[in-house]
Design a protein around this ligand. Structure first.
Ligand SMILES: NC(=O)c1ccc[n+]([C@@H]2O[C@H](COP(=O)([O-])OP(=O)(O)OC[C@H]3O[C@@H](n4cnc5c(N)ncnc54)[C@H](OP(=O)(O)O)[C@@H]3O)[C@@H](O)[C@H]2O)c1
Length: 292
């Protein structure tokens, strides 16, 4: 009986992690998966039913959450995430949602990185709501090298970045989605847990070397002034508050001032039964996008 199946709402379904998660969960016969999109036209390629949900339009929240057991909660690259997250948690509580899996950011609880701290405020708000939760704290996405904040990278062999020789911890968005899927399938096991997701620590020069070896073309890393990142993001219309945090983050990474910035975690196999994506594998999988 389809009515006995748990119903899961995936927000951010038109984005990187939410999209990958929908593809994973669509194959699960014991679940009913619904994708949330503020622009349903962008969600036509998803193989699950789509509902309208715009965090900034309060009237869309209750209808989208009706009958939902669990949600995957994604917000975009904006300080509006604070009020948006509050709105959806409030609506989820009213709708009787039982479990929330939240896509957060890296860092320990005492992090000084601004936007990572915003994600932790959201975590605390979810906990305060009384809804059962799983918090995901992914490190930096490997996909950032393909594009960031909506801006597509076209490297032509030059990997531009802003953190000098510093090593940082990386994770493939598909691995983040895989852990989200596990937490949504078995909330009984994953309730109350916080998972740090970062599986390979590399500097950009090391990544350029890996790309060169795997793809057989020359790649070089070029560290640029963080001010250039900020100017480009603002010119592209990105949220200034979020991007100022990211800008400061690059400065602090280069100074190796962020505790745990190159930490890697051994939890992926235990959580999913698979090995996490390595940079070499990521290069192979995205060869067409990297090649020039
Ligand atoms: N990049 C990194 O290295 C990194 C590392 C750790 C954590 N994070 C966190 O990851 C999150 C972003 O994940 P992502 O890369 O998968 O995002 P993404 O690809 O930019 O997708 C964002 C999703 O949120 C949706 N969205 C935005 N505003 C909305 C609104 N008002 N109502 C409903 N939906 C809305 C977007 O819909 P549209 O398609 O309509 O825009 C899209 O589906 C951020 O919270 C960021 O802090 C990023």
């Amino acid at each position: 009986m389809s009515d006995s199946k748990r119903k899961i709402l995936v927000t951010g379904a038109t984005g990187q992690i939410g999209g990958a998660l929908v593809r994973l969960l669509a194959a699960e016969s014991e679940l009913r998966v619904v994708a949330a999109a503020r622009d349903q036209g962008k969600a036509t390629s998803l193989s699950v039913p789509v509902v309208m949900l715009d965090y900034d339009r309060e009237e869309t929240l209750a209808p989208a959450l009706e009958g939902i057991d669990s949600i995957f909660m994604v917000t975009g690259y904006t300080v509006d995430m604070l009020k948006q997250s509050k709105a959806i948690v409030n609506a989820a509580k009213r709708a009787g949602v039982k479990h929330v899996v939240h896509l957060g950011a890296p860092g320990d609880d005492d992090t000084k990185v601004g936007h990572w701290g915003w994600h932790q405020f959201v975590e605390r708000y979810i906990e305060w709501s009384g809804i059962s939760f799983t918090h995901l704290r992914p490190e930096i996405f490997m996909q950032n090298l393909l594009g960031y904040g909506g801006a597509k990278a076209d490297s032509k062999g030059i990997i531009r970045h802003y953190i000098g020789d510093a090593r940082i911890s990386w994770v493939d968005c598909d691995n983040v989605a895989a852990v989200a899927a596990v937490a949504l399938k078995r909330p009984d096991i994953h309730a109350g847990k916080t998972y740090h997701l970062g599986y390979e620590a590399r500097s950009h020069s090391e990544i350029a070397e890996i790309l060169t070896q795997v793809l057989g073309q020359q790649f070089i890393a070029e560290s640029r002034p963080p001010q250039e990142f900020l100017e480009q993001m603002l010119a592209a219309g990105a949220d200034p508050a979020y991007m100022k945090c990211a800008y400061q983050n690059w400065i602090d990474y280069e100074a190796r001032a962020i505790p745990g910035q190159d930490a890697v975690y051994g939890n992926f196999f235990d959580l999913t039964g698979r090995k996490p994506t390595t940079w070499a594998e990521f290069a192979k999988q995205h060869a067409e996008a990297f090649k020039y």
